[in-house]
Write a protein that binds this ligand. Sequence first.
Ligand SMILES: *Cc1c(COP(=O)(O)O)cnc(C)c1O
Length: 253
Amino acid sequence: MQDRSETEANDRTAAIIRSNWQRVRDQVADACAKAGRETSDVTIVGVSKYVSPELAAQLIEAGCKHLGENRPQHLWAAAEFYRTKSDQPNADQPAVAWHMIGHLQRNKIARTIPIIRLLHSLDSLRLAQALSLESKTLELTLPVLVEVNVTEDGAKTGLPATQLTSFFDQVAGLPHLRIQGLMAMSSLAADSSAIQREFEQVRLLRDQIQRQFVGMCQLNELSMGMSGDYREAIAQGATIVRIGSLLWEGILN
Ligand SMILES: *Cc1c(COP(=O)(O)O)cnc(C)c1O
């Protein structure tokens, strides 16, 4: 589903989005409780890729402080819309952190990295080098997650687990990147225990890489879990869940 909803933002959509946001927060809190974890241990990134910048802004106003987009152009548009809106005098707008969760082409780096709090999808050495170079130019240090593919189906993006150590060997020392953890998607297999095993594998990989690169990076974050599998992800230690569809129920059809 990549075409953005044509739904117009109005009071009705604002009310639906507020109630969806509340429900998702409650469900994530419930999943945390079941996993014996604190609600504050898990950050919800609301994924706005299905909707217009206007509707994304309504999600922020409902209280969602982290927004994720999987396409750079969508990220720019949503961030620009919200920034312009909150520049208005007397506007008491909440601050928002933007997350790039999809593939980032190198020619989109310069315009993307000044906007984002975290890039979830570092998946190649060439991208890492280009990001480090541009971050140097912009005099910033870019927080990133390395995207790993632990699924059996092989259809997803991300680095195979077998390449992770050599990848970290090459990127952990890049001065303008701060690698904060791993990102992964499950194969969304029907079977909940298979999904849990995939997420468990991501956590174990993180632990292993952390031991190997202790002192070079601090891998505290695990970005895993979406609308269909956030419970399994939270049970396996996710610190960031990326929720789209559940937040737009009643808006998209
Ligand atoms: C779309 C997307 C999500 C959100 O998926 P939902 O199933 O709609 O919650 C999460 N992560 C990435 C990388 C995505 O592209």
